[in-house]
Each structure stands twice: as structure tokens, then as C-alpha cells.
Design a protein around this ligand. Sequence first.
Ligand SMILES: [Fe+2]
Ligand SMILES: [Fe+2]
Length: 158
Amino acid sequence: MRSPRFHPRVLGYLGRALSLEYSAVQQYMTQASLTEAWGLTEAAARLRQETVEELRHAERIVQRMLQLGVAPNASQLRPAGVARNLVDLLLQDAELETEIVALYEEAARFCERLGDEEHATFFDELWQEEVAHAQALRDWLATLGVPLAHDEGERVYF
Ligand SMILES: [Fe+2]
Ligand SMILES: [Fe+2]
């Protein structure tokens, strides 16, 4: 079913978001297997849980695209980076999460300015969840002795 009106840029944001969410799925899934192989069972379980959360984000975007009458079109899956230890893996995740946070924030603000409340809310909810992911990663890294730069307002910088 096609939604009556939406700005074409909304589709652009959804497409970019889908690419990033699938990339996150691939990255966390790879890292879960890698840490499992390293014997880091707890980290592997946590990364597996992250994989599921990112998969659910991807699913929400797919559903939204279908509601808008367009076929999901993720086109840029990033390779999962390789690393030699958990800290380096988590730093890669921090980078990806920061990028996703920035995308959702931009998308939410754009829809807000446009007066498209439905999509502003859609992107804002995802933004909040990714901010929480980013914060959880920062906390995890801090427990591993890698404190990252602090928050500035609502934004998260690494
Ligand atoms: Fe996500
Ligand atoms: Fe995330």
C-alpha cells in the first residue's frame, strides 16, 4: 500500500539506513564468531545479541519501505573489518554506530522541518536506540580500559 505523500529524500535516508543496518548485522555477526573462536564466550554472546538488534532495525526499515510502496534497496554492504583483539573490534563498532547515529539524527531533523511527523518519529526512535548502542559500547570499552571522548549534549562522539 502506498503512503499518500512523502518526500523523495525519505527514501534516500531509508536506503542508506538499510545499508548501514545490514552492514552492522554482518559486522556484529562476524565479531561474535571471531570472539567465540578466541574463547571470549561472554563477548560473543553480547555481540550475537547486537546482531539480532541490528537485524530488527533492518526489518523495521524493510517494513517501512514496503508501506511506502518501494522495494528495499540496500546497495552498499560494507566489509566487516578484521582485528586482532576485542578492543579493536569494539572501536570499529563505535565508528559504525556513530555513523548510524548521525544518519538517523539528520533524517529525523529533515522530516521534522518538512512537517512529516510520522517519519520524524520513525527516525527519532531509531536514533534513540542507536544512541543507546553507542553509549553501551563506550561503557564496554571503558571497562576494558579504553575511555572515549565524552558526550556533548545529546550527540555522542568517539
Ligand atoms: Fe541499528
Ligand atoms: Fe546499533
